[in-house]
Design a protein around this ligand. Structure first.
Ligand code: F6P
Length: 550
């Protein structure tokens, strides 16, 4: 295995010639309006668009010139993006702070290919688990898998949090159209008891299967929910412990903890420490997805991921969808000072996609030090957020159109609807195109006046425009397209992380709160007044809670 540069030799973001050149270039073009860019170059909409794998990315409505693109691509080269991509696919331990390979790409590698971790080809193990998942999924879908009382399973509840929840719930919602409709799927993540209570309130334990999904099998929320689920299930099944084998399966890397919980490891679906939680929805963590849509469609999903992996790895950067998307994010974050990116899917089935992307992007690149441990020289991940169109248009789009902040938007839409009803889809798509057009070109005072608007009202009705967006258009939302779309963002995140020279695959920032919560739990639960040694604010809140809760 080729060795990765040691962190100290790694290139430092902010020091490449392209950073400086981009800074100077930004100063020159920052006021340039998209109206002018389009009028000077009427073919811009044809030129600044790429189609690959059936995904059309129109990035012409960005505040860039050919020179911007040239410099951003130079930045990618100077940052060593090519070598870093190769290092990831080769299985190098690019997650340096955890000393781990980063091989979600192996989860969708076709049978017969090889990817090595510590000298071992991991692809056969990936397919062995996929086959085991397929066998189990078929039994649940056909009704062959019976519960403890002999009734067939009708309800599947995934218990997990973060990457062990957001991927499964997003994928279930996204692919619900393809799901087996006589099965009910629910997702319990929050340690707030309401989440569990509402998920099971109308369900029969004899017909309910729990998938306990946790990479570590130690996460407080998931373990608390898992124990509650166990108690609920046993209470409905005469307390017979042997029922657990029929109503609980686990997805984890930690066989020891799974066994300790009381789940037979024969009912465990394995994955590996080289799969990050937020990159795991296409591992066994996708078991609920596979049960919902069936093994064949799950394989199409994986195939979509894999096609995008190959595209990312092999396509020159100027036509590489994830690279372009990632570089544009760096451009707005570090030069325009944009704080956020809006993800706006015009597809109701993608309603949880923005939430899914929040963990993928922000847990990956929300970092304040570079690989060598020094403070980053510029902003890293923007805040990702969003809602499906057209709903967002009637709530927060006002701010995007006329507010004081620059919010780059990613519009996502499909040519064909999954539920073709009357004119709905034409109206939906007319809205997405209209929004991107309005954001880019706006409406001048002259145009507003020409409509007979009184002078005093003109400023209120002016749209400055020059608000950037990407439009991502594909034929139809299928499992394969979803795989491509997710991998597109995974690799865009990778590209950003390389430019910023951060470790996109650790998440130390979640640790402190977890540790403090573990310390506070006994202080809330203790019968006797605990001796508190926090700051006065935290001490007071704990005391007040103890009073309120009793
Ligand atoms: O708290 C963050 C995190 O570690 C995520 O990275 C992860 O996806 C989530 O918790 C759940 O972890 P696990 O799958 O180990 O329960």
């Amino acid at each position: 295995m080729a060795t990765l540069e040691t962190p100290l030799e790694a290139p430092k973001a902010g020091q490449h010639p392209a950073w400086k050149a981009l800074k100077e270039h930004y100063a020159k073009i920052r006021k340039l309006h998209l109206r002018k860019l389009f009028s000077q170059d009427p073919a811009r909409g044809d030129r600044l668009a790429v189609e690959a794998l059936g995904i059309y990315l129109d990035y012409s409505k960005n505040r860039i010139t050919d020179e911007t693109l040239r410099l951003l691509l130079q930045l990618a080269e100077e940052s060593g993006l090519r070598a870093k991509i190769d290092a990831m696919f080769r299985g190098d331990k690019i997650n340096i702070t955890e000393d781990r390979s980063v091989l979600h790409v192996a989860l969708r590698a076709p049978k017969g290919t090889s990817i090595f971790v510590d000298g071992e080809d991991v692809v056969p193990a990936v397919h062995a688990v996929l086959d085991k998942m397929a066998g189990f999924s078929e039994r649940v879908r056909s009704g062959a898998w019976k519960g403890h009382t002999g009734k067939r399973v009708r309800n599947v509840i995934n218990v997990g949090i973060g990457g062990s929840d957001l991927g499964p719930v997003m994928a279930y919602e996204a692919l619900r159209y393809y799901s087996q409709r006589d099965l009910t799927f629910r997702f319990v993540s929050n340690v707030d008891g309401t989440d569990f209570a509402e998920a099971v309130r109308d369900l029969d334990p004899a017909e309910t299967l729990f998938i306990i999904s946790s990479k570590t099998f130690t996460t407080l929320e998931t373990m608390t929910n898992a124990h509650t689920a166990r108690a609920w299930s046993l209470a409905g099944l005469n307390g017979d412990e042997t029922s657990v084998a029929k109503h609980f399966v686990a997805v984890s890397t930690n066989a020891k903890e799974v066994a300790k919980f009381g789940i037979d490891t024969a009912n465990m679906f394995e994955f590996w420490d080289w799969v990050g939680g937020r990159y795991s929805m296409d591992s066994a963590i996708g078991l609920s997805t596979m049960i919902a849509i069936g093994p064949d469609k799950f394989r199409s999903l994986l195939d979509g991921f894999h096609q995008m992996d190959l595209h990312f790895r092999e396509t020159p950067f100027d036509r590489n969808l994830p690279v372009l998307l990632g570089l544009l994010t760096v451009w707005y974050t570090d030069y325009f000072g944009s704080q956020t990116v809006a993800i706006l899917p015009y597809e109701q089935y993608l309603k949880r996609f923005p939430a899914y992307l929040q963990q993928l992007t922000m847990e990956s690149n929300g970092k304040h030090v570079t690989l060598d441990g020094t403070q980053v020289a510029q902003d890293t991940s923007p805040v990702y957020w969003g809602e499906p169109g057209t709903n967002g248009q009637h709530s927060f789009y006002q701010l995007i159109h006329q507010g004081t902040r620059l919010i780059p938007c990613d519009f996502i839409a499909f040519g064909k609807p999954l539920n073709a009803i009357g004119r709905h889809h034409d109206i939906l798509l007319a809205n997405v195109f209209a929004q991107a057009e309005a954001l880019a070109f706006g409406k001048t005072p002259k145009q507003v006046k020409a409509e007979g608007t009184p002078d005093w009202l003109v400023p209120h009705r002016v749209f400055e425009g020059n608000r950037p967006s990407n439009t991502i258009l594909a034929e139809r939302l299928t499992p394969e397209t979803l795989g491509k779309l997710i991998a597109l963002y995974e690799h865009s995140v990778f590209t950003q992380g390389v430019i910023w020279n951060v470790d996109s695959f650790d998440q130390w920032g979640v640790e402190l709160g977890k540790v403090l919560a573990q310390r506070i739990v006994p202080e809330l639960e203790s019968k006797d007044e605990p001796k508190l040694a926090h700051d006065t604010s935290t001490n007071n809140l704990i005391r007040r809670y103890r009073t309120l809760s009793r």
